[in-house]
Write a protein that binds this ligand. Sequence first.
Ligand SMILES: [Zn+2]
Ligand SMILES: [Zn+2]
Length: 222
Amino acid sequence: MRKWRLNKLNMILETRAAAPFFKNGFVVGCEDTREGILIDPGDEVSELLAAVKAHKLAIRYILLTHAHIDHITGVGAAKRALGVPAGLHRADHFLYKAIVQQGQMLGVPVEPQPEIDFFYEGAGPWRFGNYGAWVYHTPGHCPGGVCLAVGREEEAARTLFVGDTLFAGSIGRTDLPGGDLDTLLRSIRDVLFNFPDETVVYPGHGEPTTVGNEKRTNPFLG
Ligand SMILES: [Zn+2]
Ligand SMILES: [Zn+2]
């Protein structure tokens, strides 16, 4: 797989994706302290864990953008390997607990995952080294979808991890349980498009983009 590197900071950032969903999982780390977070560990979890090891990172949290099956199948393996808590928005707990049924709907056998350790309360931040991950509730693709704005605490610049809310040239589907198109468009316009145009956006599937690029060219948001 290609490894995307668009961030202008020195932040450690590794992306992996694996069959069958090719959903992006992320390792993000502080280059000063070697503390980090894991975002959305799925079927590529062993590759994420290898990246954690290669960078000699001490992971503090597993942070989930939402609880669709492709974003959570690696939570158990990550928790066993790292011994750290996993967080989710409370409004997606019903999806998380229904992972086996989600798999049945898609014809993909999956194991139940260990219980979530904490629900996001407010924006955070969840700190790792000199960095923080600020949580923004962005429902529409699912009720508990969040975007994570990650950056150094003392600097304004953030990198967005948006789950399946926004893609390069597209938007998240809204036909799954709890999805709603108007809500999704509002989340994108009122939350994500409030970040500066140069803000780099890492979606849950496919290539990274920027806020400005999507404002200008995304056909769903014209
Ligand atoms: Zn999803
Ligand atoms: Zn997804």
